[in-house]
Design a protein around this ligand. Sequence first.
Ligand code: 13P
Length: 280
Amino acid sequence: MKLYNFPALLQLAKARNYKALGSFNLHCLEMLPAYFRAAQRADSPLMIQISTGTAEYLGYQLLVDAVSSLAASEQIPTCLHLDHCSDPRAIRTAIDAGFSSVMYDGSHLNIDENIANTRLVIEMARPRGVSVEAELGAIGGAEDGKMVAAEDISFTTVADAKRFVDETGVDMLAVSVGTVHGLYTGKAQIQHQRLMEITAATATPLVLHGGTGVSDDDMRRAVSGGIDKVNVGTEMNVQWVGRCKETFEKGKVSDSVRKFLIPANEAVTNVLTEKMNLFR
Ligand code: 13P
């Protein structure tokens, strides 16, 4: 089955009464069946995103082949998205391998450079039917080993967001409105008013990063306030590693490794199903 790009998958999700798409980081290949099982349980289209670290670890082509094969056998409309990538060569590798969506992350650059580079990535991706996400403002926390400290967080302004989407025509824009990547030490402080103002000023789908640890209420409010894609990453890692710690600890080295991994995958399926149902 051909993989969907983001706008096509969003359209399909909306036709099935989803208000937004969850986009879920895959941390290792062993977890992959759990994502499809959750999509089946929730009767949801599926968006899987891959950090560049995971793509380098597993191989771009292996990921495309494995995800396409499961999408076909399970009959789940699926988008495979490269998460946070600031290297255009890695983006090209992903597109050539068959990823259906990519994120160019130029959030560390000034807005002029971010716009110029995003346009180059769009020129590369759009003729291949691949959607492009960009990011404006700096989201705090650690993502794929890169840390943005609290003092370096910068929130997306309405004027910059409008200029950015007008000048790039990007398919979706990640905004910095108070969430952080990774585990929260307190409650997420989402700036719902800022988000609504950005939504009113732009017609482009908006992305909320740092979905782990955001309360269900905040998540629903953010979606009502204009978010179309919600990234959740750390949560699945926490579930999987947490269960593995228990099962590996209790088991014997001669036990089939499946015995250790099946409960971990069940935990991931459960959390993914919950999140998918939240966006309905
Ligand atoms: P969390 O790991 O905080 O859920 O964030 C994921 C993310 O935004 C990936 O881009």
